[in-house]
Design a protein around this ligand. Structure first.
Ligand code: SAM
Length: 273
């Protein structure tokens, strides 16, 4: 996969040289190219922003500079037989970034990231590229950062670990929280490693039992407990057909009950864990 990032702070993307993403780059699984947006400015001050039409505080990133930059990045892929890239624009007003979107982006051959600063990029840039490229406006959470570079790091890491050959153990992301499959829509429960006793704290006996069925059951129960405590919305959204008898009993014990449509909700008066 090829990833281009256009930013006014190329040094902010240094972490892409480290750990999993860094190794994927060294191995050639991931081709990451970071570009300084100011290379496409033409004035003495390398201006990338201007005052907003309609007034108001803050500055807006200029469409002409972004347009030249994105055209140049796209042109650099032409000789390499790449089609049009998918453009990823981090913004708090975008679609929430989820594991599902990470899987979708991991299937693309080429992503171009346009992280903004100030009050964001002139809207016409997104509208213009959306006529030719696939464009994803993505939010990494309900908070406002000073710039989109941290969002690029988050999205790139989530995507890169899904690429074939990037994780040492291909099974590693199978049971992740939010991973599609058996534990879909449940958060992952606690994990333990050696030593068996640390600061007088042992580990759950079942994990030493070697009994795969009991271990799987315990993991599922813990996933339910954690999801009920931290993300009740995920349980509320779950298709109850995915729950077995044991799940239902555990949910009842945790203070949940099925509503008229069969979906589970917190019973009135249930105490939060
Ligand atoms: N006024 C803008 C708004 O409320 O939508 C916020 C602009 S923010 C100060 C500057 C840039 O940081 C954004 O254009 C975006 O690139 C990035 N950013 C901030 N919060 C983000 C979030 N939650 N997810 C993704 N990108 C974010």
């Amino acid at each position: 996969m090829r990833i281009d990032v256009v930013t006014i702070f190329p040094e902010y993307l240094e972490p892409l040289n480290v750990s999993l993403v860094g190794k994927a780059r060294t191995r050639g699984t991931l081709d990451v190219r970071v570009h300084d947006l100011r290379e496409w400015t033409h004035d003495r001050h390398n201006t990338v922003d201007d005052t907003p039409y309609g007034g108001g505080p803050g500055m807006v990133m200029k469409p002409d500079v972004w347009g030249e930059a994105l055209d140049a990045v796209a042109a650099s892929g032409e000789g390499e037989g790449e089609g049009a890239p998918a453009l990823v624009v981090p913004t708090p007003s975008g679609r929430p970034f989820t594991q599902e979107l990470a899987v979708e982006l991991a299937a693309k051959p080429w992503l171009v990231f346009a992280p903004a600063r100030y009050e964001g990029i002139d809207r016409r840039v997104i509208d213009d590229y959306a006529t030719r490229w696939e464009v994803h406006e993505v939010s990494i959470g309900d908070y406002v950062l000073a710039g989109g570079e941290a969002a690029v790091l988050v999205i790139t890491e989530a995507v890169a670990r899904l690429l074939p050959g990037v994780l040492g153990n291909a099974e590693s992301h199978r049971d992740d929280s939010f991973a599609p499959g058996a534990m879909a829509d449940l958060l992952e429960g606690p994990v333990y490693t050696k030593p068996p006793v640390w600061r007088e704290r042992g580990i759950p006996e079942v994990l030493l039992s070697g009994h795969h069925g009991r271990i799987a059951r315990w993991r599922r129960d813990e996933a339910f407990r954690r999801t009920a405590a931290h993300r009740p919305d995920l349980i509320e959204r779950c298709d109850p057909a995915a729950f077995d008898k044991h799940d239902r009993a555990l949910l009842a014990e945790l203070g949940w009950e099925p509503g008229p449509d069969g979906r589970f909700g917190r019973a009135a008066g249930a105490v939060e864990e």
